[in-house]
Design a protein around this ligand. Structure first.
Ligand code: FAD
Ligand code: SF4
Ligand code: SF4
Length: 478
């Protein structure tokens, strides 16, 4: 091993080529190229094969990173793919969208003094290669089992559970109110971070493996939860969080003030070739407009970068704290800056101006005060510092809360936390309703794709244990 690995002292960190900002502003294609084979092997060889790999500890899936890096460095890509796919349902997606700077790479020990191993880019390279070579197979089980699960939500959590149970022979049906599979991976995350073909090819594999999708089907409206419980041995709720957090401010109802997801979904649909009347009418299209986005998270970064690509004349991001305190990934902020987004740090909206439609966002400058009990610095307005940012479109990217699931499902027995997320037993992942489990954002609150995958995989194991125990109890009672 030794001569192949530990190359960080000799080889510098190299990230995959990033397209020039001037070019990428004009299209929705992904911005990073893929490693060339020799580049991937060289970058993987920088790993020092730590005895206690902190990268693995800080990966929500506890991916066996040192092993697949070593296999990649040795050119044994099929094995690298198998090791990587053993713990991750969508390695090629995590390689693209995980905030690696806060997870695996941010905890790579060679970062101290040297730049970290480019774990995410190697993970993406290995699995994209696996797709090209035909190593990624539909989840066809060795034998069919008479157990059935109904999964509500075809996002990463629902799909991860679906694949795991199907591989073990279960009869799996996934219900989704959307017309496509993928949840926020298809209609939330923009194409320039995750090309939609990457998600759609997974859907095709799952269908080929025998997973049934019932799309355009909203549970609670088209079918009740009670009907699903009748039909399946267990049900998994993986519905995500979609209620946009609002602010109270004069002018909030003016045309042109819109929630982030409405704007991003329209853009993603257009990219997928759908006809979107609100885009065609201009209501959800930033072309030729001055755009102000309010918020400092990854959703805000996706909005500003989408507006740039749609041809906005100016794009400004208002955030009430400073750059160092932004909740989003620094990599995304840097990409946005390169693409021409202007940031107004320490500025909070007070009102939306205009009569028939929004014409500006009146904001006030803030300063950072003392930390509160959580250690986060408080922000306070600076009297007399108001200013107005002209806007034809104002996008609110302030976060998401869960919808009222007990009401939506007409199941008052389904208990929720004070944040509205579903309450589950944290070991069994079961809700207050026997046989109904929950996973992903609907349990955690707005989170990450990689956590959705982790929860979905864990929920599949819990569902299996529960149903097998129920069946053996029933057999014993006969
Ligand atoms: P979702 O992906 O939300 O999927 C839930 C599914 O349930 C949806 O398809 C929905 O249609 C369906 N559903 C809901 N209610 C019903 C019902 N009643 N009946 C039938 N179907 C229903 N994470 C990252 O890791 N990296 C990123 O770069 C990133 N960028 C993001 C950008 C945006 C704009 C947003 C909004 C989120 C982003 N995230 C990112 C977060 C990530 O997408 C989510 O954490 C993840 O998708 C949650 O997975 P999930 O399976 O729990 O829910
Ligand atoms: Fe890093 Fe995400 Fe891959 Fe884990 S899944 S190794 S956190 S990129
Ligand atoms: Fe390799 Fe870095 Fe992980 Fe150590 S922490 S095993 S050097 S990737």
């Amino acid at each position: 091993m030794a001569e192949r690995m530990l190359q960080f002292v000799r080889l510098e960190q190299q990230t995959p080529d990033k397209r020039d900002a001037a070019e990428r502003r004009t299209d929705f294609d992904e911005i990073y190229a893929r490693f060339a084979p020799e580049q991937a092997a060289a970058q993987a060889s920088r790993c020092s094969q730590c005895g206690v790999p902190f990268c693995q500890v800080h990966c929500p899936l506890n991916n066996n990173i040192p092993d697949w890096l070593k296999l990649t460095a040795e050119g044994r890509l099929e094995e690298a793919y198998e090791v990587s796919a053993a713990t991750n349902t969508f390695p090629e997606i995590c390689g693209r969208v995980c905030p690696q700077d806060r997870l695996c790479e941010g905890n790579c020990v060679i970062e101290k003094g040297f730049d970290s191993v480019t774990i995410g880019a190697v993970e993406k390279y290995v699995t994209d290669t696996a797709w090209e070579k035909g190593w990624v197979k539909p989840p066809r089980p060795k034998q069919e089992l008479p157990y059935s699960v109904g999964i509500i939500g075809a996002g990463p959590a629902g799909l991860a559970a679906a694949e795991r149970l199907r591989l073990r022979g279960w009869q799996v049906t996934v219900y989704d109110r959307y017309d496509r599979v993928g949840g926020l991976m298809i209609y939330g995350i923009p194409n320039f971070k995750l090309e939609k073909e990457v998600v759609l090819r997974r859907q095709a594999q799952y269908e080929a493996g025998g997973i049934k999708f019932v799309l355009n089907c909203q549970i609670g409206k088209d079918v009740t939860l009670a009907q699903l419980r009748e039909k399946h041995d267990a049900v998994l709720v993986a519905t995500g969080v979609y209620k946009a957090r609002a602010i109270q401010a004069p002018g909030i109802g003016l045309p042109g003030v819109m929630p982030a997801l409405e704007y991003l979904t329209a853009s993603n649909r257009v990219g997928l070739g759908d006809s979107v009347p609100e885009f065609e009418s201009g209501a959800l299209n930033a072309s030729g407009k001055r755009v102000v986005v309010i918020g400092g998270g990854d959703t805000a970064m996706d909005c500003v970068r989408t507006a740039i690509r749609q041809g906005a004349t100016s794009v400004t991001c208002l955030y009430r704290r400073d750059k160092a305190n932004m909740p989003g990934s620094m990599r995304e902020v840097k990409n946005a800056e390169e693409e021409g987004v202007r940031f107004e740090w320490l500025a909070a909206p007070e009102a939306f101006t205009g009569t028939d439609k929004v014409e500006g966002v009146r904001a006030i400058r803030m300063h950072l005060g003392l930390p509160d009990a959580t250690g986060r610095q408080q922000v306070e307005p600076i009297a007399g510092s108001e200013f107005t940012e002209p806007a034809d479109i104002a996008i609110l990217a302030l976060g998401f809360d869960p919808e009222d699931l007990p009401a939506m499902f007409e199941e008052p027995a389904l208990t929720v936390t004070r944040w509205g997320t579903l309450k589950v037993d944290h070991r069994s992942m079961m809700t207050a309703l026997p046989g109904v489990f929950a996973a992903g954002d609907i349990v955690r609150g707005a989170s990450l794709v990689v956590w959705g995958i982790r929860d979905g995989r864990d929920a599949a194991d819990q569902i299996e244990q529960y149903v097998l125990a129920q069946k053996s109890l029933a057999t014993a009672a006969e």
